[in-house]
Design a protein around this ligand. Structure first.
Ligand SMILES: [Zn+2]
Length: 158
């Protein structure tokens, strides 16, 4: 993963334009890419979700119904984001988790698009859009991290 990170460049990145050091965003992010670099590195669907904040259609992604043990990492930068033990079937057609694998691997921000007030979840490693957080999840957190399959890659446990 560290070698992968080594190719990132901070100059003119998406992140620089919006970094304000407030609202939970990491103050510095050394591993961002330009838009054209992202286009070259990601599939069209991954680019749509991660870099254009798109949402895949429910029940179409690779991970909405998976139950295997393992870790889900960011499709943009490889950072480990969610663990299968925190995944649950929310019936919504997207992979859903009660919490991220660690608090510091994600950051959140209020999102007022589409006539709704939602919390947007983003990867702390690359600023990529992952999905949204809703307060209707099961214990222990009561949160539902509703994540696009296209934004994550599954790595089965050994
Ligand atoms: Zn990432």
């Amino acid at each position: 993963m560290s070698r992968w990170f080594g190719r990132f460049q901070r100059k003119d990145s998406w992140y620089d334009k919006y970094d304000n050091g407030e609202s939970g965003r990491p103050v510095s992010l050394e591993r961002a890419r330009s838009e054209s670099e992202w286009r070259g590195a990601l599939s069209p669907e991954q680019f749509f979700v991660l870099r254009q904040k798109g949402t895949e259609r429910p029940f179409t992604g690779a991970h909405w119904s998976t139950t295997a043990a393992g870790v889900y990492s960011c499709a943009g930068c490889g950072l480990d984001l969610f663990h299968s033990k925190d995944k649950f079937d929310a019936g919504c057609g997207w992979p859903s988790y009660t919490k991220p694998i660690e608090d510091r691997v994600v950051f959140t921000e209020g999102d007022r698009t589409h006539g709704m007030v939602r919390q947007e979840a983003m990867c702390a490693g690359c600023g990529g859009h992952l999905g949204h957080i809703f307060p209707d999840g099961p214990p222990p957190t009561g949160d539902r991290w509703c994540i696009n399959s296209a934004s994550i890659v599954f790595r089965p446990a050994d």
